[in-house]
Design a protein. Sequence first.
Length: 200
Amino acid sequence: MRSSKRCSICEEVSIELDPLGIVRRLGGDSRSLSLLGTVRQEIVEVERLLAPRAAWLTTCEVTVAEGVCRLDGLEARSENLASLLGRCESASLFLLTVGPEIDELIERQSGLPHRQVVTDAIGSEAAEATARWVSRALGQRARLSGCRVTPRFSPGYGDFGLESQAWFVENLGEAVGVSLAGSTMVPRKSISGVVGWKRS
């Protein structure tokens, strides 16, 4: 892990992919043996392409008033986020990605739509696994300060507008290689969000 005055950057993220979780993303269940076999085969190819990494900034400047949250320069009108952070004394703002190689593989599979769908689901599961890793890492740091963390909350959830992704990309994107194309983050398998710190 590297740290700067502005953010912490982690390029050694360890995740595990759950084949059954990916099958469920595809609408199957544990009885879908053929689909499970396909997912396991595809995981072998996709895993070697994954490059999960994350960056976050933890700020003590948490202001919530009348449904507006202000967090170290990020200002978002969101009753949902305000409710989450209402009793928090600090918060971490994070951005993560599993890298561009998954997008490139999906593009190469353009003539194989059945494989594209499976690869896309694996990439989404990998991004979620990275987000869970980030939440655990922040939880460990919070406990050292006598705090516990809230569930993560991302732009696009509830009334937390997608336009807020611009702040995450502007402040953390260079650290992990994420940019914006319109309102879409690139690489596509990227997640931004906020985790509040509450005094235990």
